[in-house]
Design a protein around this ligand. Sequence first.
Ligand code: UD1
Length: 427
Amino acid sequence: MDKLVIEGGKPLSGTIRIHGAKNAALPILAASVLAEGTVTIRNVPRLLDIEVMLNILQDLGCRAEQQDDVVTVQSNTAYSSHVPESLMRQMRSSVFLMGPLLARFGEVEVYQPGGCAIGERKIDLHLRGLQALGAEIRETGSRIVCKAKRLIGAEIILDFPSVGATENIMLAAVLASGRTTIVGAAREPEIQDLERFLNAMGGKVSGAGTDTIVIDGVRALGGCDFEIIPDRIVTGTVMVAAAATRGDVTLVGTRPGHLTSLIHVMRRAGIHIDVENDIMRVVSRSRPRSVDRVVTSPYPAFPTDLQAQLMILLAISDGVSVVKETVFEGRFKHVDELGRMGADIRLDLNTAFIRGVPELYGTTVEASDLRAGAALVIAGLAANGRTTVEQVHHIDRGYDRIELMFGSLGGHIVRQPYERVSTGTHR
Ligand code: UD1
C-alpha cells in the first residue's frame, strides 16, 4: 500500500476549492439506476469509492463512466439486480443499491456489507424500511434477497436517524405506489441533495433536511443534469489543517451553513473564521485553546466524520478537552497513533480526554480508516519533523489525492507508491 511522507511544521496558506461530496455522490449514483434517460452528474470527486460504485453499475449492465468530475450513467441497458459479493465487500455504500434495484426489478440480491473498522454498522433499519414498503426479505448467511411485486407507500418510523437507511427508503419509495412518510429521518445535507436529484429526475419528494420526509411515488423517472454539493467533510478537514498548522487558508465554493457546528467549535478554540457567502477564511496565529466538551451526533450536531480531525487541533491546544463519540463505537483508532506522536489522550469508553501538548513529533503511523487517516495527515502537517502515514488506500476512499490538495497550500507531502518486495533477486 502507498505511504505518505510528510515534512511537518509548515503553516498552510493559499486558496483552495473543495471537491464534490462523496457521501452525496454515492447514493445519487445508486439512484441513477432508476432513470429511463441519461443522467449526467457533475462535481463528482475522483475517489476509490466512486470507482467501486461505477464498477458495480457496469456489472449490473449500466453504461457508467467518469471523465474528470463528470459522470454519465445510462441505465436502460441494466439487466441484473444481483450485486456480487466481491463488490459488496469492497464498499459499504453498495447497500444503497438495494432500494433502487428493488424498485426497478422487483427484486434484489445483495450480501451483508459486513462490519468495518469504525463499528458494527448494521443494516437492520434499511431492511425494516424496505419490509414496510412490502418487500419480502430472506437472509441466508450473508446473502440477502428482497422481493416485492409492487412496493406500496407506508409510514416508516426510524428509531435512529440513520443516513443510509433514510436514503435507501427514499430510493425505493420514489417508485412505490402511493405516499411514503419517513418519520425520524436523518437530516444531513447529503439527504437534501438526494431529494434534489430525485426531483430533477421527476420524483415527488419533500421534507429532506427536516425529520419528516414525504415521498409520493411516481410511475417513472427520466434523465437529468445535476451538480453535487461540495464535500463538507473535506472542507472541515482543510479548515482544521489550516488551524493546526497556524496557517491562513481561504476556501472557496463551500457551504458554510453545512459546517455550523465545526465553525462554532473552532471559534471556541480561538481560531479566526471569516465567512462571506460561499467563501471561508481560516486564520490561526497562536496556540489553540482547549474546548471543554464536543459531542458527535447526527446532523446538525458535530459530525462523527470530523471527530478525528478536530482531535488534532485539541491535541496541541492549551488545556484539557473532552470529546464524546455517540454515533460509531469504534471511532477512536487514531488515538493510539497520536499517542506515538506525543499526544496525551486518555480514553474511557466513548469519551476521549485530551490534555493538549505544545507540539507533536513526526513518526510512522498507520491509517485505520478514512477519517482517522485524514486526521493523521493533519497531525503530520502540524508536527515537528517527518511523519510517514501508512495504509493510504483508506484515505483515497474519500480524498482526491490528499497530497496534492495539501501540496497546493504549501504542505510538504510526498506519496511513496507501494513496491511489492520480490523474492529472490535483488538489484
Ligand atoms: C453515513 C456516512 C458516514 C457517516 C455516517 C454518520 C455515507 C456513505 N456514509 O454512513 O460517512 O459517518 O453516515 O454521519 O453517507 N445503524 C443501525 N442500523 C442500521 C443503520 C445504521 O444500527 O440499519 C447505526 C450504525 O451502526 C451507526 C449509526 O446507526 O452506529 C449511524 O449509521 P448511519 O447514519 O446509517 O451511517 P451510514 O449511512 O452508514
